[in-house]
Design a protein around this ligand. Structure first.
Ligand code: SAH
Ligand code: SF4
Ligand code: F3S
Length: 468
């Protein structure tokens, strides 16, 4: 970053601090509460942690009850249509709260707001919404909130262009053992079905020193596990003017004392290099789990999707990874019903799932996203066929996941304990290095520790056992 850019960035943070202080004075002693509803992926979850961090610095406290809140924020996702429909439904349902409490502030932000027309539709349909902003100006939230507190109309600020990365936004992370760090923003891949590059902008990597400093602080605060986040972490560093890429970052994070487990997501198969596989294998803290979305098993569909690898490339990659890291768990994302997907194409998807034998998979029906190339393709697939294919795929994957989990019976695994299980309060819960959820009995509170658990029962999605 040039000196001038740096000065602008520092000015901007100072300016937001000014607004934070002003709000702090305005709401002092009022005991105001906020509630954030987050949709979508971990990038949004992490953005919500930043919004919460800013709100707590202003003097708000969190409430889990929407009805109790003085400020409600919806951080939205638009990757599939049903995510958007949920947002419209849930925003509509806030009207009675607003009638009851006219001082309630309702804000909507996130990816969905970056799409053309959405802000206009919302201001027309739901004029009681106070504030709308996009993904590129999250750090302007204090200024916008202050404006909204005083405005008669909806305050709207959507920037078309991504700006530079703004560091030092306060973050309120979930207390616990595990923390997220965004290492890069945006995506340059333009898969033809996907809206993300349009709403999150082009790839921008954070500076290594900013990332490493943040992780050192997290280690000091007691976090043991760290997940490095980005839409395509493998292209980390390509936009920086130094020779420093994702494998370098992994090796450097591995050296940080206090961090015991490193995870990352998501990886694009076309950018997963031999050096990255070596860095994973060498770095003892990097967990044996790789999320490697395949999307389709058909070469014809992969080409139409602009994924830039073939099923053969993918299988070779899986072989290379398993050769270096034999017990690695591999998970994936798959779309069924992409335009033009024939029975043969879908059979290729089932076939590659059988060949790779994923530990688990997120499976989706293709959803038309206006503005993406696939939305204009002929031969959109019937909803009924999409549903049938999804069902078949889920059954196959469920069977494979169950068989893989059965192999854990009788073995002992390391579990990083998150706390008591939500469903069974006589059991603790955590994950093993392969990211499998393990529920187990323990004689004393072991939250935050890494313990050994002997597996006594295997289910399709979880394992159960006893601490040894
Ligand atoms: N950057 C990540 C994840 C992006 S979104 C990656 O490339 O893997 C998460 C998943 O949503 C994608 O992997 C894809 O499987 C799914 N997805 C994206 N757009 C979709 C669409 N239009 N319809 C259905 N699923 C979609
Ligand atoms: Fe979307 Fe493809 Fe980018 Fe993932 S890599 S965010 S699927 S465009
Ligand atoms: Fe959704 Fe935005 Fe993530 S569209 S999947 S929240 S990047």
């Amino acid at each position: 970053m040039s000196r001038k850019m740096l000065d602008i960035a520092i000015e901007e943070i100072k300016e937001q601090d000014k607004y934070i202080n002003e709000i702090n004075k305005l709401i002092k002693d009022k005991n105001l509460k906020y509630h954030i509803v987050t949709y979508g992926c971990q990038m949004n979850v992490h953005d919500s942690e930043k919004l919460a961090g800013m709100l707590e610095t202003m003097g708000y406290t969190e409430t889990t009850e929407q009805s109790d809140a003085d400020l409600i924020l919806f951080n939205t996702c638009c990757v599939r249509e049903n995510a958007e429909l949920r947002v419209y439904g849930n925003v509509g349902a806030l009207y009675p709260y607003k009638q009851r409490n006219p001082n309630l502030i309702i804000g909507i932000c996130g990816c969905m707001m970056q799409q053309d027309e959405v802000a206009t539709v919302i201001t027309k349909k739901f004029p009681f919404v106070d504030l709308i902003f996009g993904t590129h100006n999250l750090h302007h939230f204090p200024k916008l909130l202050l404006q909204a507190m005083d405005a008669q109309q909806t305050v709207v600020e959507i920037l078309d262009e991504q700006g530079r990365i703004v560091e030092d936004v306060p973050i309120k992370r979930d207390l616990g053992v595990s923390a997220w760090t965004t290492i890069m923003y945006g995506c340059n891949n333009y898969c033809t079905y996907c809206i993300v590059p349009y709403v999150r902008g082009r790839e921008r990597s954070r500076k290594p020193s900013d990332i490493l400093d943040e992780i050192r602080r997290l280690a000091d605060e007691g976090y043991k596990e760290l997940t490095l986040l980005g839409q395509n972490v493998n292209s980390y560093g390509k936009d920086l003017d130094i020779d420093y890429y994702f494998p370098n970052l992994l090796r450097d994070v591995n050296k940080i004392d206090g961090i015991e487990r490193i995870r990352f997501m998501t990886s694009h198969p076309k950018d997963l290099t031999k050096d990255l596989i070596m860095a994973m294998a060498e770095s003892e803290k990097v967990c044996e789990h790789l999320h490697l979305p395949i999307q389709s098993g058909s070469n014809r569909i992969l080409k139409l999707m602009n994924r830039r690898y073939t099923r053969e490339d993918y299988l070779e990659l899986v072989n290379d990874i398993r050769r270096e890291i034999p017990h690695i768990a591999i998970t994936t994302d798959i779309i069924v019903g992409f335009p033009g997907e024939t029975e043969e194409d879908f059979a290729d998807t089932l076939d590659i799932v059988k060949k790779v034998r994923y530990d688990s998979a997120f499976t989706f029906m293709y959803s038309i996203r206006t503005g993406t190339p696939a939305a204009k393709m002929d031969e959109q697939i019937d909803q009924k066929i999409k549903k049938e294919r999804l069902q078949m795929l889920m059954e196959l994957q469920g069977q494979i996941s169950k068989e893989i989990n059965e192999k854990f019976m009788g073995s002992t695994v390391d579990v990083l304990v998150e706390g008591l299980s939500k469903n069974r309060d006589d059991m603790y819960t955590g994950r093993n290095r392969q990211n499998k959820l393990v529920n187990f009995m323990a004689e004393h509170d072991v939250t935050g520790k890494i313990v050994e658990v002997k597996i006594t029962q295997s289910k399709t999605w979880t394992l159960e056992g006893i601490m040894v």
